[in-house]
Ligand binder design. Structure first.
Ligand code: SF4
Length: 483
């Protein structure tokens, strides 16, 4: 086994997790394949927010395998990790004989007592093409699993740290995601994350600071702090009574929250010019975190936090701990300080019991909050969630589709209106790539801008650009100078 390819689906957390897998595979002596079709190992880092996302993974798997057949190559080893996986394990075929079983070493630390011998993750019966599945929290065992599958020693099996400590291989020269927290204690009724990732755990403050210093030394100017609930970062480090999760805790925090302290310290690191974080939870938001956007020098005027529904009744059913009013107060505060402050969110339409009136509440929220972007999902049942056990999936697909289209049309109106506000402005753009003749990158408020410029510019350069036009939904600009 020489080369690997990682196909990532889903959110920033998964992107950052894939960077951890990259690092382990590179350190185990494998090389990154240029193309999925030439790889000996393909890892799918999956998202299970929607059924469609899961279906795509199986589609990709079939394609990869068919292509190998067509090219007369052996089928690559296929592994699945991320949110679709509940138990680390290998395909039965690797465990069929006693000799095989003896050769495979038992991983004592895995939660399941059978260690990697287990082949009972529910994904295996869904496709014979899967060679192994891996809980992302157990990523350090990937060389051990590969060694067993290939029958040769791959990497040093026990030389890797636990999940939160595993270093990432920063793929981009412009921006590095840094995982600061994983897991979730919120149990929103539709969501599988608390079951796949377990309880919320934060990385130690000093360890994160050291990693950000390393990013700065490598010349990368932007970092994104990533976790399921970044704004409750460090809640395990403070007295329980201080973290009031029973009711909306926004602006009830007295003193400096652990996440704000982290932001303060990162702000002082030489070379880091942009600080972003995702994803935040409205009910864990504190005043000092909102203020960090304006008080600190390098935090960017952009926030992603999930509303999910504009109806308070629906939010209760979803087991969310905030109301629409909580959320809206935060939006109003941020935009009152900076009208160009960008806000994006996540919404689910067609959740169990969603009436037309509830949907209209969501639509009203969309109009009132004027999101710069939103990830709108049609509800699909995720196995093992509270919603699967408690609520019927009773909204017809046609109604879900209709509501989803209405919401998307409103979103496009919002995007157009918000992007128009950028026209005529001179903005700093951090270049993240080049497509055809145009460079592209993001402004501090996370707007993507395309522009033409001299050839010697590169990914990671900061430049000044005059925003000149809105081409449908895309901002275009004129290059002014390199910073
Ligand atoms: S806050 Fe809710 S939606 Fe977000 S990861 Fe936790 S359970 Fe899932």
């Amino acid at each position: 086994m020489k080369s690997y390819f990682i196909q990532t689906f889903g959110c920033a957390m998964n992107q950052a997790d894939s960077e951890k897998i990259h690092m382990i595979l590179l350190q185990s002596g494998l090389m990154k394949a240029k193309d999925i079709s030439t790889a000996d190992l393909v890892v799918f880092n999956t998202c299970s927010v929607r059924q469609k996302g899961e279906d795509r993974v199986f589609g990709f798997m079939r394609e990869v395998s068919d292509q190998a057949k067509y090219n007369n190559r052996p089928k690559p080893v296929i592994g699945i990790t991320g949110c679709m996986v509940r138990k680390t394990g290998m395909n039965q075929s690797y465990l069929s004989t006693d000799t095989e079983r003896k050769r495979a070493k038992k991983i004592e630390l895995l939660e399941t007592k059978d260690g990697i011998f287990n082949a009972d993750d529910k994904l295996f019966p869904r496709s014979p093409l899967i060679d192994f599945v891996l809980r992302i929290e157990e990523v350090k065992y990937i060389p051990l699993i590969l060694s067993h599958i290939t029958g040769t020693s791959i990497g040093k099996e026990h030389s890797f740290d636990d999940y939160l400590k595993v270093k990432q291989h920063w793929e981009s020269k412009a921006s590095a995601p840094i995982i600061i927290q994983t897991g979730c204690d919120n149990y929103c009724s539709f969501c599988i994350v608390p079951y796949t990732r377990g309880k919320e755990i934060s990385r130690p403050h000093d360890e994160i600071i050291r990693e950000v210093e390393e990013v700065a030394r490598s010349g990368i100017k932007e970092i994104t702090l990533v976790g399921q609930n970044v704004n409750s970062y460090g809640k395990q480090f403070v007295e329980k009574k201080l973290w009031n999760t029973e009711k909306s805790s926004w602006n009830e925090w007295i003193g400096e929250s652990p996440f704000r302290k982290l932001l303060n310290d990162i702000d002082g690191i030489n070379g880091i010019e942009r600080i972003r974080f995702t994803s935040s939870n409205p009910h864990d938001m504190t005043q000092d975190i909102l203020d960090a956007h304006f008080d600190l020098q390098h935090t960017c005027p952009y926030l992603h936090f999930a509303l999910q529904s504009g109806s308070n009744e629906m939010l209760k059913r979803m087991n969310r701990k905030h109301t629409y009013e909580d959320f809206k107060r935060q939006v109003d505060y941020l935009r009152s300080k900076d009208p160009l402050f960008s806000i994006s969110t996540d919404i689910i339409v067609g959740f169990s019991g969603e009436t037309e009136a509830m949907f209209q509440d969501t639509l009203r929220a969309f109009r009132e909050c004027e999101f710069d972007f939103a990830f709108n999902a049609r509800y699909s049942v995720r196995k093992g969630t509270l919603a699967e056990k408690m609520y019927p999936d009773d909204i017809p697909d046609s109604v879900k589709a209709e509501r989803w289209h209405i919401l998307n049309d409103t979103l496009l109106e919002n995007i157009t209106k918000r992007n128009q506000m950028m026209i005529g402005r001179e903005e700093e753009v951090l270049i993240s790539g080049k497509k055809d003749e145009s460079f592209y990158g993001r402004t501090r408020n996370f707007k993507e801008v395309f522009f033409e410029a001299p050839e010697d510019l590169q990914e990671g350069d900061a430049v000044h650009v005059q925003i000149t036009e809105l081409d449908r939904y895309v901002l275009r600009g004129k290059f002014i100078s390199k910073r």
